[in-house]
Every structure is written in structure tokens, then in C-alpha cells.
Design a protein around this ligand. Structure first.
Ligand SMILES: [Zn+2]
Ligand SMILES: [Zn+2]
Length: 725
């Protein structure tokens, strides 16, 4: 034990600990929340100070000093945010350094990086004005810059066209006192007022506003088109007008230019946008604007959750049921659950919005822990769509579409309206098979079929990405008898092109929209409203508002009805409801056609006849009977290795050292897709009646797991509140 003043540093290494360091030689102790450069073994790493202490477990002789306090000791992560990150690493059992350093934008993870200074603008001083009265003399470029500033203050990017060394010119003017720099004031654009609110919207806004300044979770449960976004906008307007900051989180696919345009127009300001697809510099600039308090509104995806916001007053999480809010690898956290935690710590309200709430949130609403606001009317007087179920057993299907569905599409297009065909399978056909011997293309590395991408001439595994050329003949029997079985979006597109050659067909899937900008272009084209036909995967299910869309055909959801994953029915219901929500959103009624081989399935009947809430409540009851989440709490220990027996040995030993107590342990058992990317994946599932009980047994278990020798031959990780088995 040593008693010295020292700092505890979070370092980006996969170890379950913090690291103690002495202050830099000759320097003072770096403050909590600042970045430091420290030695670790032979490496030098950038970490974040998360605490200060008087004593260390290490003997004094082994303590090393910080090499350098970075950024002049500027505090980047405030105490509140560090407290949240600490809660995260303890709750999700992840390496503290990866959690904390991961909260910094990538551009700040290197030693040379620094927080950019806020943008400045420059204005003429009275001395500068006097100088301008004189002739230019021997400094024409300086004179030109003064003249440019005579019209009013300019930002430096507006001065960049003056001379080839404009920075030097500007520095000269500043030095002479002819020009002065000042922070750029907020450019509030002109905000456009929103439409009048419906009674439901009004009540929801009032309820959340009454909670400003204290914690409460509000579930905004509104059918598609009921105007959830307008509720968010009213709340944001109030919070921002009162000088607060707000954070809006959207699913990965929901962050479209259309959405940002709407925020800009209605609120009259430029939101700071944060998501992982941004260039490092752009992301850093947005982060710095939020951290300094300059940006009033941050809109982003999952990773924006950890943005420091000194005056945060409101968090909104749109499409709260969306799977992209759960990180599936590395630091496996739920942005929804952490957002609720952040709001609770800050004593501010959080709004979770969805047309199809997750069972977790619905359960919290049913049990009164969340305020529950139902928006059941569509804001624009549009009727909810009507359903038609097509029994595929009694229909001829052409390329996956029943004759009645094709007829309905034709009628819709003839009326000058738009239609959409939804199929959650990209590619041409989900499998290529031999009609002669039954061979079919399967991935050598995964328990999965290879999808046939006909135009590229390739067989592709959608799970591990491996691909190969399509063979000309059957690899087994050499027969010229290879055919696609089933349909993917490419084949549907082809079928529809042949049948409806006169209308444009737009495909929305990862292959068709891989090039940057294509997705937004296509969305714009649909929104122009002329007759067209859309084919696509779940990319079509999310949030887009297509006013001319009156028909939705759902091709096939049958595999969800009999899936081994207990969450499959929840996801199926959400998907169907979300896709159906695209139909009939303006003044024309919509029709949704669902093709299925199982029209009599009770789940399907309930969903279509009584709607999502009744369906979700039934699922919740099923979960209650089976003692599954959200009624119980789970953690998943997943191990993977090339050799199944190695994985199995580790998990058996892991089960043997599980602490005694009230929780239940299941397994080892194979993951639903056991082989993925050449690795065999097995699970142990821990389940408990309460969170405390679950963590009470996992916390002492983890150090035992780290000591198991068999664990060194496998990759293993623990996933709290797992979403995928
Ligand atoms: Zn064959
Ligand atoms: Zn594969």
C-alpha cells in the first residue's frame, strides 16, 4: 500500500480495471475528466482520469508518473457523465477503459489531438475603420481584407478567399488592433410554427412539460402518422427556448436529411449531428459544440448517447423498440436503458417514442413505472389501413407474389398512387439448389445457406460475408439443373419490372443503396408522389413518410411464426405494424396485403384483428407464463472457438464455478445459429427473478471465469439483457 496523491486512469485495454499513476514529474495532479498520456508496459496510451486517490494497491515503487496531462488539463467528461459511464461498466461488466475512452469522439483518442476552439468571427475596430479611410499604400491585401470586413463581421471561412496567406494577413490585422475576434453568435434561423396539436398530442406535451426538472420516463405510444415527431418538436421548442440542451436519439437508419430538415425548419436552428458514419473532424466539431454548451440540440444514433451536454434538460429516444439501440459486440449496452439511467441521474424527463413499443417498455407502462401516452388517431385525418390476408396455399404465386397481390398493385398504379412490396430477404434467391440431386449452396463457415446474387454471379453468405462464384453445373452430380429456391428482393424487382414495365421501380435494400446518397435520392423520388413501385427490406419499415403510398404488400413473414427465438414474434409484430404504417398516410385510405401459408395462426389473427397493443399484451402474458424477460432478467455468457469441444469444455467449467444462489443456469447450449464465420458458438444463459439477484451472482462469477485456463482458448463475453440468442 502506498499513500500518495495519485490518479485512477481508464485506459483503452480489455482489462476489468483502472490504472493508478502518480502526477507528471514536476506537475500537478491532472483533474478528473481530463486526458492523460501514460506508460503501460512498453506502450504509451491515452486515457481519461476518472478518479483521484490517496492510496493504491500497488507498492509505491511500482507506481509510474503520468507522462503528460493532455489539452492543458481541460475536463472533457464531466462528473455526471463519468458517473454514468461507471454505472455502465459495472452493470454491463465491460472493461472500464473501453467504456470511458469509447465515449470520446475517435479524433480525441490520440495524444496529439485537441478540442477545437469555438469558431470566431472578426469585426473592424474603430482604428480599423480609420485605416480604411487612408489609401491602401503598400499593403493591398491587408486593405482588401479590411474592406471586406467593413460590411460587417465575417467568419474566417469567409476571409479565406482573400490573398494566398489570409491567415497571416488576418493575424497582422489583429496585431495592429484594426480587427478583433469574437465568438460566432448562434444563428437562429426563422422557426416555422407547427400545426395545431390533437387532443392526445396536447396532453402528452403537457405531461412531459410538467416533469421538466425532474426524472420521469414517458412512453409515447403512437400509431404511425399520429404525430409523435410533432410532440418531440413542441417539447424541444420549450426546452431550447428556456436555454436548455436536448438530446434526440434515432435508430441508425432513421437519421435522414428529411428528418434533420424538419428539425431545422421547425426549431430554427442547426442541430449538432453525431453518428459513427461521420468523418472524424465533423464528429469532433459537433461533439465540441455540444460539450461547450454552444449546440443546443444534439441529434444522433446510439453512440451520441454519451455526448457531454452541460445543460441537458430532455432526452428523446425515437423508435425505442429498434434493435440498433442495442450494441451487439464489444461494449454491449442498450442505449435505451442507459438513456433512462442518464435521465434518472440528471433528474430530467426522458421520452421513449414508438408505434410498436418493446415489451420491456410496455411492461413498464402497464405496471405504472412509465407515464403512458397513447396517440391513437392519425394527425392528418388519415384512416388507419385495412388488412387483407392472402392464403398462399390457395393462390398461384409468380416470383413470390400471389395473383391477387399483383392485381391490387396494378389497380393502385392505375389510380396514380404508389405501392410497396416488402420482403426481408435481399439477393435474388435465398438458396441455389440442384433439381436433380438436391444439392444446395451452403456456407462452409456458418450454419446458413448462401444467397444467390444473380446479377453479380455470386453466392454470398449474409452472415459472415464469404462469397464464391456461382457454379455452372451442380458441384455434386454435374447436372445442369441449378435453380433458385424462394425469392429475394432482386427477383421481386425483376418480376415487377416485367409485369409493370411502365412505372419506375425503386429497390430499397443494402445492395441497392450501398452507394452514399442513393437512399436519400430514392426517398426524395418517392416523396415527389408520382406513381411508382417500391421493393425492399426492413429499410422500408422505418419512419419514412410517403404521402402517396396506399398499398403495402408483405410477401413473407412465416419463418417468424415458428422460430426458436422467443423474441421472434415480438419482432414480427413490430415489423408488420411498421411496414403497414407506410400505407395511407395522407387523405387516401391504405390497404395492407399479407401473404402467408398460415392465415389461421393465432398470433397473426390477434395482430391483424385487434392491433399491436392487444398483440403485445398477449405476448407479455406468454412471457409471464414462461418466466421470460421482461418478467425475468437474463445474462448470456457466449463462448466461441473453431473447435466445438474447446468451447464446450470452457462453458462446462464455467457452469461448475457458478456461485450458489437463487438464479437459474441453462446450458451449455448452441446459439440459434451455432456456426458463424467458422466458429462454433455456445451459450450459458443465466436467469433471475430480479436484477439484484442476477448481478449478485454474476459479479463474483466473473473473476472465477477469468482464472479458468480453458477460457484462454476461446473468445468469450458476457451480454447483460441480451437481445439475440
Ligand atoms: Zn446435383
Ligand atoms: Zn457464412
Amino acid at each position: 500500500m502506498s499513500t500518495l496523491r495519485l490518479v485512477q486512469v481508464a485506459l483503452p485495454v480489455p482489462l476489468p480495471q483502472l490504472f493508478d499513476y502518480l502526477p507528471p514529474s514536476g506537475g500537478s495532479l491532472p483533474p478528473v475528466g481530463a486526458r492523460v498520456l501514460v506508460p503501460l508496459g512498453r506502450r504509451r496510451l491515452v486515457g481519461v482520469v476518472v478518479g483521484q486517490a490517496d492510496r493504491s494497491e500497488l507498492p509505491a515503487g511500482r507506481l509510474l508518473p503520468v507522462i503528460e496531462t493532455l489539452g492543458d488539463g481541460q475536463v472533457l467528461l464531466d462528473a455526471g457523465l463519468l458517473g454514468l459511464l461507471r454505472w455502465c461498466w459495472q452493470y454491463y461488466k465491460h472493461a472500464p477503459g473501453e467504456v470511458v475512452v469509447g465515449a470520446l469522439p475517435p479524433a480525441l483518442r490520440g495524444a496529439a489531438a485537441h478540442l477545437p476552439a469555438p469558431p470566431l468571427q472578426y469585426r473592424l475596430t474603430s482604428a480599423g475603420r480609420e485605416r480604411l479611410q487612408q489609401p491602401p499604400g503598400r499593403a493591398p491585401v491587408q486593405y482588401e481584407m479590411l474592406a471586406a470586413l467593413a460590411a460587417g463581421p465575417c467568419r474566417d471561412d469567409a476571409l479565406g478567399s482573400i490573398g494566398c496567406q489570409w491567415r497571416k494577413t488576418l493575424a497582422g490585422l489583429l496585431e495592429k488592433g484594426w480587427v478583433t475576434g469574437e465568438p460566432v453568435p448562434d444563428d437562429r434561423l426563422c422557426a416555422v410554427p407547427g400545426p395545431p396539436l390533437t387532443r392526445d398530442q396536447d396532453a402528452a406535451v403537457a405531461a412531459v412539460m410538467a416533469d421538466i426538472g425532474r426524472f420521469r420516463c414517458h412512453l409515447l405510444d403512437g400509431v404511425t402518422g399520429s404525430g409523435k415527431t410533432e410532440v418531440y418538436l413542441r417539447l424541444l421548442e420549450s426546452v431550447l427556448d428556456a436555454g436548455g440542451q436536448a438530446l434526440v436519439l434515432v435508430p441508425e437508419i432513421g437519421l435522414t436529411p428529411q428528418l434533420l430538415r424538419r428539425f431545422r425548419k421547425r426549431l430554427g436552428l442547426e442541430p449538432a449531428v453525431i453518428h459513427s458514419g461521420l468523418a472524424a473532424g465533423e464528429r469532433l466539431a459537433a461533439w465540441a459544440a455540444a460539450q461547450s454548451g454552444r449546440a443546443a440540440l444534439v441529434v444522433g444514433t446510439r453512440s451520441a448517447l454519451f455526448t457531454p451536454l452541460p445543460r441537458l434538460q430532455l432526452i428523446v429516444l425515437d423508435e425505442e423498440h429498434d434493435a440498433s439501440f442495442k450494441q451487439q459486440d464489444g461494449f454491449r449496452y442498450s442505449a435505451r436503458d442507459v438513456a433512462v439511467k442518464r435521465a434518472a441521474e440528471l433528474q430530467i424527463p426522458v421520452v421513449l417514442g414508438s408505434a410498436t413499443p418493446s415489451l420491456e417498455s410496455l411492461n413498464n407502462a402497464v405496471e405504472g413505472r412509465y407515464a403512458w401516452h397513447r396517440l391513437r388517431e392519425r394527425a392528418m385525418q388519415a384512416a388507419l389501413p385495412s388488412w387483407r390476408v392472402l392464403d398462399l396455399r390457395q393462390q398461384d404465386a409468380l416470383g413470390g407474389l400471389a395473383a391477387a397481390a399483383l392485381d391490387a398493385i396494378g389497380e393502385t398504379l392505375e389510380r396514380g398512387e404508389q405501392a410497396m412490396v416488402f420482403l426481408n430477404r435481399r439477393g435474388y434467391a435465398p438458396v441455389l439448389m440442384c433439381r436433380s440431386c438436391g444439392w444446395h449452396g451452403s456456407c462452409e463457415r456458418c450454419d446458413a445457406n448462401l444467397t444467390w446474387h444473380r446479377s453479380a454471379g455470386r453466392l454470398v453468405c449474409h452472415h459472415c460475408g464469404s462469397q464464391r462464384r456461382v457454379p455452372a453445373l451442380c458441384p455434386d452430380c454435374r447436372a445442369d439443373a441449378l435453380v433458385g429456391a424462394g425469392e429475394g428482393t432482386q427477383q421481386l424487382e425483376e418480376t415487377l419490372e416485367r409485369r409493370f414495365p411502365q412505372v419506375p421501380i425503386l429497390r430499397f435494400d443494402r445492395d441497392a443503396t450501398a452507394r452514399k446518397g442513393v437512399l436519400d435520392q430514392q426517398i426524395e423520388e418517392v416523396r415527389r408522389g408520382h406513381p411508382c413501385l417500391l421493393v425492399g427490406t426492413q429499410m422500408l419499415a422505418k419512419g419514412h413518410h410517403f404521402p402517396g403510398m396506399t398499398l403495402v404488400v408483405i410477401v413473407n413473414i412465416d419463418q417468424a411464426l415458428y422460430s426458436a427465438d422467443y423474441r421472434a414474434l415480438e419482432r414480427m409484430g413490430q415489423m408488420i405494424q411498421q411496414v403497414a404504417g407506410r400505407a395511407g398516410r395522407s387523405n387516401k385510405p391504405g390497404i395492407v396485403i399479407l401473404q402467408t401459408l398460415h392465415p389461421e395462426h393465432p398470433a397473426l389473427e390477434l395482430l391483424l384483428k385487434q392491433g399491436y397493443e392487444a398483440y403485445a399484451r398477449w405476448l407479455l402474458e406468454e412471457r409471464r407464463l414462461a418466466d421470460l424477460p421482461p418478467v425475468s432478467y437474463q445474462a448470456l455468457l457466449r463462448a466461441e472457438a473453431h473447435d466445438r469441444s474447446v468451447t464446450e469444455r470452457f462453458l462446462k467449467e464455467a457452469a461448475a464455478v457458478f456461485p450458489a444462489g437463487g438464479t437459474r443456469l441453462f446450458g451449455p447450449m448452441p446459439a440459434i445459429m451455432e456456426r458463424l464465420g467458422g466458429r462454433s458458438r455456445l451459450d450459458l444463459l443465466v436467469q433471475a427473478g430480479s436484477r439484484n439477484e442476477l448481478h449478485g451472482q454474476i459479479d463474483p462469477w466473473l473473476p472465477r471465469l477469468r482464472e479458468l485456463k480453458s477460457g484462454r482458448k476461446v473468445r468469450w463475453a458476457i451480454d447483460l439483457d441480451p437481445q439475440e440468442l
